[in-house]
Design a protein around this ligand. Structure first.
Ligand SMILES: [Zn+2]
Length: 357
């Protein structure tokens, strides 16, 4: 989009860089400026500094730096226009109509097509869960896990059929090969052509904080490996900066957020009334996820599995959360395996330790 230098300067002047960066990074006053841990590289002592007088940030560790626009372009992966729109909106400035460049038009439309495609895929999987013969087994599995139809609907759970079918379905909906092959949902080989990567799995749509589907996790319904499979990173999906359940948890009225390890834990907690539960996406918790949590709360409850792997993961997560300025409590799940089991047992007995937090 092309905008005048005047409007770009006005938007910049009305968005103090310290305020903007503070929503992402835990900044502390240091001399005439502010310091914090750099969100663009891993570090233990802060070398990321923000200058209010110069309205400039700089990292002495990895060398990044720039003005408020650059920060948002680096952190949120925004184009310049997206950063400008975000900041104009933040300052209550109405932008004049701009004109998109060809490159912007192409990228915006590809992103939009991908959002549309994931949404259509989620609808397809949901339909399969209730309407295909094999989907009934998956539905039974969810019922055996004591999930209600309401919670299945709320999270949009679905089923990817044994013989696929998603590729053909999306083609029939008018999505072209270019978009489909960038989705991470399909593989291609010479014999079969394009085929579904997910089959015979319970499907968990992964949404960004704006309720848009950006990927899927799938749990296999047989003994095949891997038990859980996530769709790969794409133009829309960055695992290190999204959390499963955050789209719902962000508007929870509870004063803290609960992080757990798995999709089923999150869903089970939500069903039990803890609509503030989220999970990282099959990877260790990252600094960017901690910063995302910090945008919505100051207090975190860690409820990882009670086994050795879960304990280790919690030990790794704690310093990352603290570095983001969060206060952290760990809930011991013993003698239960994970929050799912914990909730089911303790809810039944009416002793509910989580209620005390
Ligand atoms: Zn850095």
């Amino acid at each position: 989009m092309r905008y005048s230098g005047d409007i770009i300067e006005e938007v910049r002047a009305r968005n103090d860089i310290v305020d903007v960066i503070s929503t992402y990074v835990n900044l502390k006053k240091s001399g005439s400026g502010y310091k914090g841990l750099c969100p663009f590289h891993n570090e233990k002592s802060p070398s990321f500094s923000v200058s209010p007088s110069k309205q400039y940030y700089h990292c002495f560790g990895c060398g990044v730096g720039g003005r408020v626009y650059t920060f948002l372009m680096q952190y949120e992966n925004y184009t310049f226009t997206e950063a400008l729109k975000y900041l104009a909106d933040r300052a209550g400035i109405k932008l004049p109509e701009g004109e998109m460049t060809e490159e912007e038009k192409r990228k915006a439309s590809l992103k939009q097509r991908m959002y549309d495609m994931y949404k259509a895929a989620a609808v397809y999987y949901y339909y399969q869960l209730y309407n295909s013969p094999k989907g009934k087994d998956a539905y039974k599995y969810l019922k055996d896990r004591q999930l209600s139809d309401d919670i299945i609907k709320k999270f949009g759970l679905g089923y990817s059929n044994v013989n696929g079918g998603l590729f053909a379905y999306l083609k029939s909906k008018g999505f072209n090969d270019g978009v489909l092959m960038q989705s991470g949902l399909f593989s291609m080989d010479e014999k079969r052509g394009a085929y579904d990567k997910f089959w015979n799995r319970v499907m968990f749509p992964i949404m960004d904080i704006n309720n848009k589907v950006i990927g899927f996790g799938g749990r296999v319904m047989s003994d095949a490996k891997p038990k859980y499979l996530n769709s790969p990173e794409t133009l829309l999906f960055d695992k290190s900066r999204n959390l499963f359940g955050m789209n719902i948890a962000r508007s929870s009225r509870r004063k803290n957020l609960i992080i757990c390890e798995g999709y089923m834990d999150v869903i089970s907690l939500h069903q039990a009334g803890f609509d503030n539960a989220v999970a990282s996406l099959g990877t260790a918790l990252t600094g960017m996820q901690a910063n995302l949590l910090k945008r919505f709360t100051d207090n975190i409850l860690v409820t990882y599995d009670s086994d050795e792997a879960g304990r280790k993961a919690a030990m790794r997560a704690i310093p990352i959360l603290r570095d983001a300025g969060l206060s952290v409590k760990v809930i011991n799940m013993k003698p239960y395996k994970d929050p799912d089991e914990f909730i089911k047992n303790l809810f039944a007995s009416e002793i509910h330790p989580l209620l005390y937090f």
